[in-house]
Design a binder for this molecule. Structure first.
Ligand code: ZN
Length: 121
């Protein structure tokens, strides 16, 4: 078996061990295991990491428009329309990036054997 890049596999939503099987069962729901190699996906817990990274990235890009639009010398109805469009773009981009970030973090956890800290016996 050739070595699979966890970043490439994660960005494509593929198994980080074999690079073949899909990791998704539904929106933001992992399958219990890879159908190609049997890799257990339940051991990885991304928690709220994907939401943090996606929120941080999306707001760094889009938040300045939230300050620029109200200060623009335009009619109020135009500013409200632009703010509604900005809110919709922010939500849609976040929803698109969330599964990508989640599978990327899961792939990195599995590839780096990340797990809870524990005392040795
Ligand atoms: Zn696999």
């Amino acid at each position: 078996m050739t070595k699979v890049s966890p970043i490439s596999a994660g960005l494509q939503g593929r198994c980080p061990t074999c690079g073949q099987g899909r990791v998704w069962r539904g929106y933001l729901k992992f399958k219990p295991a890879c159908e190609a190699c049997g890799q257990d996906f339940t051991q990885a817990d991304t928690a709220d990491g994907p939401a943090f990274f996606v929120g941080f990235f999306v707001l760094i890009i889009l938040a300045p428009f939230g300050f620029i639009i109200p200060m623009a010398d335009q009619p109020i109805w135009w500013k409200i329309l632009l703010m509604v469009i900005l809110a919709i773009i922010t939500i849609v981009v976040s929803l698109i990036l969330l599964p990508i970030a989640k599978s990327l973090l899961m792939a990195l956890q599995i590839a780096n054997k990340a797990e809870q800290a524990r005392f040795e016996d």
